[in-house]
Design a protein around this ligand. Sequence first.
Ligand code: HGY
Ligand code: MN
Ligand code: MN
Length: 411
Amino acid sequence: MNTLQARIEAHIDTLSTFTATPGQGTTRLTYSQEDKLARNYIKEKMKQYGLEVREDGLGNIFGKLAGTLQDAPSVLIGSHFDSVPNGGSYDGPAGVVAGLEVAALFAEHNLKPTYPLELIALVEEEGSRFGGGLMGSRGITGLITDNEFKALRDQNGITTTEAMTEIGLNPSLPKKREPNTIKAYLELHIEQGPILEATQFPIGVVETIVGLTQFEITVEGQAGHAGTTPMDRRADALVTAAQMIAQLPSLAIAEGEGTVITTGRLTVFPNGANVIPKKTVFTVDIRSGKEEHIQHVINKLNMLIDSYSTNDIKITAVQQLYMQPKVMNPEIVSLFKQTSEQLAIEYCSINSGAGHDAMVFADVTAVGMLFIPSKNGLSHCPEEWSDSSDIARAVEILYETAKKLTETNGG
Ligand code: HGY
Ligand code: MN
Ligand code: MN
């Protein structure tokens, strides 16, 4: 194993220890103690690799290698470092680590770019704590206003600003970043699906990212005694939710063309075995490569909600996220492909069924993504694994691409 691969494995292994569920995957919620440990590690490495480190008013971390051009826009490289509950070690960190090692190669070759190279480690891409997702990148691009950010609360009612302050971050720092300060955004990510492994390509050059939307649906009925309440006098919030959730898959299947729908979270109140549930809250995640399918499913979801609403059962839906499908920047896509060919690294084109911060930055700058294979196509689970040799290949491609985009000679 070469030193680059060894360093990559050391980064991934260290970051994976910052979890609230040791032995049961990575659980690293935004602004948690685990976030703080991972953040300190990332900042330490950024400093070690000669970068100027700062955090913004959302807690995103930046590591900048200044260019010779004054006030020039940066080439950003990075990904997110939060996780889903009981997730894996690579979803997000693979891209942060790749950025770190690109910076290490710039330092090793003592390169001075014309345009700045800037690493970025983003918060709350998963939305596991504050809902919706893509929070760090949406905050930078102004898709989330300062007031909307301050109003976000986790499941315990803790606000973003309270949680930030708890780990020593400063929510009053600037959040939005002007688009003219960003020249490009590059992100390495694990595929999180089976295609690259099945086709035996070590690298996927991403062409498009699916559109997605997320709803939080609340069903309110009437709590009651499980034993004394006759069946014809119940307003059971869980039975209603279950009847609705059971019908969701057919809405996506009817659309076809890869449209998917998922209920990942369901909470029952008061959650007692002998209590008729008063309230349930569940999520609905809808994705498709074509926006029309997403719109169709949203319309059918609203019809489903109306059909189950009665005098005794009240149903409300809050849309927490809506992102249109995105196409990656053609110039960067071809740069990735040319560079892979020059490096004799086999690649294929691939479309992303997962959402990524890159889809947010695509609205304000030129964006490109690389994928590496996921073992058994698994992700968002402790079994998630990718080969550090594939990450090393991606680092080589990102390094050569970053040199071109920052107009750096040598190395
Ligand atoms: O849900 C997603 O696609 C990403 O993992 N946040
Ligand atoms: Mn991710
Ligand atoms: Mn993820």
